[in-house]
Design a protein around this ligand. Structure first.
Ligand code: GLU
Length: 457
C-alpha cells in the first residue's frame, strides 16, 4: 500500500474515550503498515468545552496504550489566522457569502412543511462582513460523493446539504472549515474517524473542491454500542481509557480488544500482538455494523495478557494497586502466592483482595458463623494439632498431612476446607487453601484457627 499520511484529531473535552482509542489505533496501524506518518492534531477551537488537563489526558493515554505519533501535537487554536485567510479566499472566489439571518427569521420565512435548513435568503444579496453576520458556504446544485473505504461511495443528493456556516458571527471558524484546511495543509491522504462525522464529510469535500485541493480518502469506523445496542455514552457507560487503566487493564489487552471492535481478522483467532495487528489489519475486513463494546470480553483478554506476565512483571505492576488498596504489605511477602494468584484475576485491581489476608489476622465479623458448631471447633482443633508439627511447612506437605487427617477423622476434604479457609483468610474463595496456610506461616495459622474457633463460640 502507498505511504499514507494520517491524522488523529481528538477534541480535549473529556476523558479519553475507548472509541478515540480505537480511532488512533487504526490510524497508527495504517501509518506504520504503509510506512507513512501520523499527525496528532488537537481540535481545540471550542474554548468553552476545552480544558488543558484533557490535552494531558490525551497524550498520556496514547502513551499508555504504547502508541505514538510522528508530527504534532498541532493545536487548531494556533491556526486561527490561517482559517481566517482561507475563509477570505472562499468569499473572494464567490464560494461563500455573508449572511445576517437569524434562525428565527429563517423559520418565519419558510412555508410549513419545507425541508429543514437554511433557505438561501442572503445568497445573492452581496452583503459585506458586519456585526451579527456569519459566512456561509454556497453549496452547488449537484450531488456530492464521498468515497469511503468502509462504506464505498456514499452519495449525498442535491438539496440534502444546506448552505452551511463556515465562520460564525463571532468570527470563530467552524469545525468543518478548520478540519478541511488542516487536512489539506498537512497533506492528509486518508481520514480515519468515527462514523458520527460522516454527515459533515460532504461539506469537507465541497470546501476542498472550492479551494482546488486534492480530496483525501475517508474511512468512517462503525459506532461502538453497549449491551442494549445503544451508542456508548460517557454519561451512561464506562468509556474512559483512564478508568480501565486505573482498574488494572493492561495496554496490550486494550489494544488487542479494541482492534477487534469493527475489524475482523477472519478465522477464530482472537489474540494478536500489536506487531501482528500491523501485519494483518486492512479495511477490507472493517465492517460498518455497530460493534458491541463488551467489558466481559475485555476482561477475558486482560486475563489472557496477565497470564503472559512473568511473576517479576506482575509483582512490579501490582505494587501501585497494593498501595492504592491501602495495604502496607511488603511486595515480597506476596511473591510465593503469585503463581496461584495470576490465573485467578482478570484485572490488577483484583490482586490486593487475594493477598490482603497475609497482612494481619483477619476479622470474622460479618461472616455467617451460625452454620458451624462444636463439631467444627473440634475439627479445627485437629487441624491445628496436625499442622503444629508438619515439616517442612510447604503447601505440598500441608496438603498430604491434612488429607491424611481427613481419613483419620472421617471427614471429606471439602467439608473441612470451608471453615479452615475462613479461619485463615476470612474469605470463601481465593488461592488454594494449602498455599494460603503456607504463606501465612505456622504461628499465624495456629493463631487464626484458634481465634476462629473462639468466634464460633
Ligand atoms: N475532533 C473530532 C472529535 O474529537 C474528530 C474529527 C475528525 O477526526 O475529523 O470527534
Amino acid at each position: 500500500m502507498p505511504a499514507e499520511r494520517l491524522r488523529f484529531a481528538p477534541s480535549p473535552t473529556g476523558y479519553f474515550h475507548v472509541g478515540s482509542a480505537r480511532t488512533i489505533l487504526y490510524n497508527w496501524l495504517l501509518a506504520r503498515k504503509s510506512g507513512g506518518s501520523l499527525l496528532l492534531r488537537i481540535d481545540d477551537t471550542d474554548t468553552e468545552r476545552n480544558r488543558e488537563e484533557w490535552v494531558d489526558g490525551i497524550v498520556s493515554s496514547i502513551q499508555w496504550l504504547g502508541l505514538d505519533w510522528d508530527l504534532g501535537p498541532v493545536r487548531q487554536s494556533s491556526r486561527l489566522e490561517r482559517y481566517a485567510e482561507v475563509a477570505a479566499e472562499l468569499e473572494s472566489t464567490g464560494h461563500a457569502y455573508w449572511c445576517g439571518c437569524t434562525r428565527e427569521e429563517v423559520e418565519a420565512r419558510k412555508p410549513a412543511g419545507s425541508p429543514p435548513g437554511y433557505d438561501g435568503f442572503c445568497r445573492d444579496r452581496r452583503l459585506g462582513p458586519a456585526e451579527g453576520r456569519a459566512l456561509r458556504f454556497r453549496v452547488p446544485e449537484n450531488p456530492v460523493t464521498v468515497s469511503d473505504l468502509v462504506r464505498g461511495e456514499v452519495v449525498f443528493p442535491t438539496g440534502s446539504i444546506e448552505d452551511f456556516i463556515v465562520v460564525k458571527s463571532s468570527g470563530a471558524p467552524l469545525y468543518v472549515l478548520a478540519n478541511a484546511v488542516d487536512d489539506a495543509d498537512f497533506e492528509i491522504t486518508l481520514v480515519v474517524r468515527a462514523e458520527e462525522h460522516l454527515p459533515t464529510t460532504p461539506k469537507a469535500v465541497l470546501i476542498h473542491q472550492a479551494l482546488g485541493h486534492g480530496i483525501p480518502r475517508f474511512a468512517h469506523l462503525p459506532v461502538l454500542v453497549n449491551e442494549a445496542r445503544q451508542k456508548l455514552s460517557k454519561r451512561r457507560d464506562r468509556v474512559a481509557i483512564e478508568d480501565f487503566r486505573d482498574q488494572g487493564y493492561l495496554p496490550e489487552a486494550m489494544i488487542n480488544y479494541l482492534a477487534l471492535l469493527g475489524w475482523s481478522p477472519g478465522g477464530d483467532r482472537e489474540f494478536f500482538t500489536i506487531a501482528e495487528l500491523e501485519e494483518e489489519f486492512s479495511f477490507e475486513r472493517v465492517s460498518h455494523s455497530p460493534a458491541f463494546f463488551d467489558e466481559r470480553k475485555l476482561a477475558h483478554f486482560n486475563k489472557h495478557y496477565i497470564q503472559q506476565l512473568s511473576e517479576e512483571e506482575l509483582l512490579a505492576m501490582a505494587v501501585p494497586f497494593i498501595e492504592r488498596a491501602g495495604l502496607t504489605l511488603d511486595p515480597h511477602a506476596i511473591r510465593p502466592l503469585l503463581a496461584e494468584v495470576k490465573p485467578r484475576i482478570s484485572t490488577l485491581e483484583e490482586l490486593p483482595g487475594m493477598v490482603d489476608f497475609l497482612l494481619s489476622d483477619p476479622s470474622y465479623e460479618g461472616l455467617d458463623l451460625a452454620k458451624f458448631d462444636q463439631g467444627t471447633v473440634s475439627m479445627l482443633g485437629a487441624v491445628a494439632a496436625a499442622i503444629a508439627d508438619t515439616e517442612p511447612f510447604t503447601p505440598e506437605k500441608l496438603e498430604s498431612r491434612i488429607r491424611a487427617l481427613c481419613e483419620e477423622i472421617g471427614v471429606s476434604l471439602r467439608k473441612l476446607q470451608e471453615p479452615v479457609r475462613l479461619a485463615i483468610t476470612a474469605k470463601r474463595v481465593g488461592v488454594p487453601l494449602f498455599s494460603a496456610i503456607a504463606a501465612v506461616g505456622r504461628p499465624a495459622a495456629l493463631r487464626r484457627l484458634s481465634a476462629f474457633s473462639a468466634a464460633i463460640g
